[in-house]
Design a protein. Structure first.
Length: 149
């Protein structure tokens, strides 16, 4: 029992040890390019690319293309092409916002740095429409999990 409690405490300590951004200029963000959102009576379809410069906690720069899906998929879906120099994954999701005039675009970036797996998530609320748009999504959640090795 002691070892399970110790392991949970160790994981919690690592997750809590990540410093939070203190000013808007040092917040980690991704740039969404060419967002297209088209809706039918039942479903909205989204399509975009997303890029990032290197960030905190050894986050590498990346370029993800072919990020697409629907507002009813219910889970994060991987982008089809990812340009990154270390093991990682970029996944996206979309949810309709209350009132039906906007939607939330979610990006999740997973990568490994040293002996730690990072999962960084952020979202932005965007008005509905089919025209291509560019905007930033700021990281709002960061989790760090040590390797089991």
């Amino acid at each position: 029992m002691f070892s399970k409690v110790s392991a949970i405490f160790a994981l919690t300590s690592v997750a809590l040890a990540i410093p939070a951004p203190s000013t808007p200029t040092d917040k980690y963000f991704w740039t969404v390019h060419n967002l297209s959102n088209k809706c039918t009576a039942a479903t909205c379809y989204y399509d975009f690319n997303v890029t990032a410069e290197a960030g905190p906690n050894s986050a590498p720069s990346f370029s993800a293309y072919g990020c697409e899906g629907t507002n009813v998929q219910g889970e994060f879906k991987p982008c089809t092409t990812l340009g990154i120099d270390i093991p990682g994954e970029v996944t996206t999701n979309e949810e309709s916002a209350i009132g039906g005039t906007a939607f939330n675009v979610f990006v999740q970036f997973k990568y490994k740095a040293g002996n730690t797996q990072y999962i960084v998530t952020g979202n932005e609320t965007v008005p509905k429409g089919a025209d291509a748009r560019e905007f930033k999504i700021y990281a709002s959640q960061i989790a760090a999990v040590p390797d089991k090795a």
